[in-house]
Write a protein that binds this ligand. Structure first.
Ligand SMILES: [Zn+2]
Ligand SMILES: [Zn+2]
Length: 135
């Protein structure tokens, strides 16, 4: 089980399962949304995910039809993303989680969109888009 909360503490989450397909995403959407070089995201099962407090403080922004980013309206912390075409899974920002995370990132994605000032670490594979096995 993983616990997490936003920067101001208003929104708390609990994840009762594991996190899969963790990647560092360098796409321009993730860069702008995080305000930094990349976002580290992973899939979780919707059924395993609970907002334990502050649900009414969540706002969302739809960046493509059916795709929404949900964030704390008080502090702006990204909490999770949803995709209407894939309702059984959510995408979570690993930075929201306070617990030690067992799973590890598998790749750097959308590296051709990376900031020109960022130097990628060489240990993980680099992909021009999504990692090849993304379902
Ligand atoms: Zn907050
Ligand atoms: Zn991205």
């Amino acid at each position: 089980m993983y616990l997490g909360k936003c920067l101001c503490g208003e929104v708390s989450i609990r994840l009762n399962g594991s996190i899969s397909d963790i990647i560092h995403c360098h796409c321009s959407l993730c860069r702008k949304n995080s305000g930094t070089a990349f976002a580290t995201n992973g899939f979780i099962n919707t059924a395993d995910f609970e907002i334990t407090s502050g649900k009414s403080s969540l706002s969302s922004f739809s960046f493509k039809p059916g795709r929404s980013r949900h964030f704390c309206s008080q502090c702006g912390s990204p909490v999770y993303s949803s995709n209407e075409d894939d309702p059984k899974r959510l995408r979570i920002r690993l930075g929201i989680i306070d617990s030690d995370i067992k799973e590890r990132p598998i790749s750097h994605n959308f590296v051709s969109s990376k900031a020109n000032w960022e130097v990628l670490e060489a240990d993980l594979p680099h992909y021009e888009g999504l990692e090849p096995n993304r379902k």
